[in-house]
Design a protein around this ligand. Structure first.
Ligand code: PMP
Length: 298
C-alpha cells in the first residue's frame, strides 16, 4: 500500500499515522461522505494535476448534494492540494479529497454533526497494468431517482463494491453495470467506450457518472478525426464491438478484451483504443501543448 508523509485534515497538515477518525464518525455508519480522485503526473517541468479545477468543482457539487458546508473555499482547497503534493514530494500520484459527516449523534439525519474535510496524496502509478476481462453485473447502477446525477457520494459506492465482488468471484477483473432500464451505464468506478467502424460510442445513461476522463476523450477524439457519439448502448453492442475500453482518472484508458466470456475482436487491445490511450497519456504528461490548459502545476 502506498503511504505518504503527510495528510491534510481540517486545514492542518498532519503526520500520516495521525490521520485518524473516531468510531462514531457518521460517514462510517451511513456512507455520508463525498470524495474526488485526482491524478498527478510528472509532466516535464514538474508535477502537474490533470483537470484539477474540474475535480474541485465536482467535489463542491457533491458536497451540495449532501447539504454539507465544507467551511473552505475552492481556492483554499486547491492551494492545500498543491501544498500537500509538494510536501509529500509526489510526481506520479493520486489525490483523494474527502469530506464527511464526522463525530456526532448516532442517528441517520446528520443534524448537528460537523462536516470534516481531508486530503490524502500518495505516490501512484497505474490502476490496471493489464487488459481487462469484464462481466455484466446483476446489480443495477443507481438511477437519477435514487442518487444525485454527477456526484460522488461515498454510500453509493457500496453498489460498486457489490458488483466488483460478484465479478471477481466469477473470475473476472471488473464488472459492467447496467442502468435500471437495462442499458449499459458504466464500470464500478470508470466509464466505458466501445469502438464500432472506427467511431467511439459511450453511453449517455444518467445512471453513469459522466466523468472527466470521458469528457476529455470526447474532446480529444475530435482533434484526432475520430467520430464520437453519446447515446443509449445495449449490452450486445458491447459484446459485439470492434473494441472496448474503460476510462477514468485512476484507470486512465484501459483496454477491455473480453466481455461476458466473449472475446472482443481478436482478444487484443484495439488500434483506436491504443491511439486514444497514447494521446491521453501524452496530454497528462505535458507532451501536448494544445492541452496545457488541463494541467495545473504545483
Ligand atoms: N464512474 C464512476 C462511478 C466513478 O467513480 C468514476 C471515477 N471518478 C468514473 C466513472 C470516471 O470519472 P472520472 O473520469 O471523472 O474519474
Amino acid at each position: 500500500m502506498s503511504k505518504a508523509r503527510f495528510a491534510w485534515m481540517g486545514g492542518k497538515f498532519v503526520k500520516w499515522q495521525d490521520a485518524k477518525v473516531h468510531i462514531l464518525t457518521h460517514a462510517l455508519h451511513y456512507g455520508s461522505s463525498i470524495f474526488e480522485g485526482i491524478h498527478s503526473y510528472k509532466a516535464g517541468k514538474g508535477t502537474a494535476m490533470f483537470r484539477l479545477d474540474d475535480h474541485i468543482n465536482r467535489f463542491f457539487n457533491s458536497a451540495d448534494a449532501l447539504s454539507m458546508k465544507l467551511g473552505f473555499t475552492k481556492k483554499q482547497i486547491k492551494k492545500a492540494v498543491k501544498e500537500l503534493v509538494r510536501r509529500n514530494n509526489i510526481g506520479n500520484g493520486y489525490i483523494r479529497p474527502l469530506a464527511y459527516y464526522g463525530y456526532g449523534p448516532i442517528g441517520i439525519f446528520p443534524k448537528g454533526v460537523p462536516t470534516d474535510v481531508a486530503l490524502v496524496a500518495i505516490p501512484w502509478e497505474h490502476y490496471y497494468s493489464k487488459d481487462l476481462r469484464i462481466i455484466a453485473s446483476n446489480f443495477r447502477r443507481h438511477s437519477e431517482k435514487s442518487a444525485v446525477f454527477g456526484t460522488k457520494i461515498g454510500g453509493n459506492y457500496a453498489n460498486s463494491i457489490l458488483a466488483m465482488y460478484e465479478a471477481r468471484k466469477k473470475g473476472y477483473d471488473e464488472a459492467l453495470m447496467l442502468d435500471e432500464k437495462g442499458y449499459v451505464a458504466e464500470g464500478p468506478a470508470e466509464n466505458i467506450f466501445i469502438v464500432k467502424n472506427g467511431c467511439l460510442i459511450t453511453p449517455n445513461s444518467r445512471s453513469a457518472l459522466h466523468g472527466i476522463t470521458r469528457n476529455s476523450i470526447l474532446e480529444i477524439s475530435k482533434d484526432m478525426g475520430i467520430g464520437a457519439y453519446e447515446r443509449k448502448v445495449r449490452l450486445n453492442e458491447v459484446e459485439n464491438a470492434d473494441e472496448v475500453f474503460f476510462c477514468g482518472t485512476a484507470t486512465e484508458v484501459a483496454p477491455v478484451v473480453e466481455v461476458n466470456n466473449k472475446k472482443i475482436w481478436d482478444g487484443k487491445a484495439g488500434e483506436v483504443t491504443l491511439r486514444i490511450k497514447n494521446k491521453y497519456m501524452d496530454i497528462v504528461r505535458g507532451k501536448d501543448k494544445k492541452y496545457f490548459k488541463w494541467l495545473t502545476f504545483i
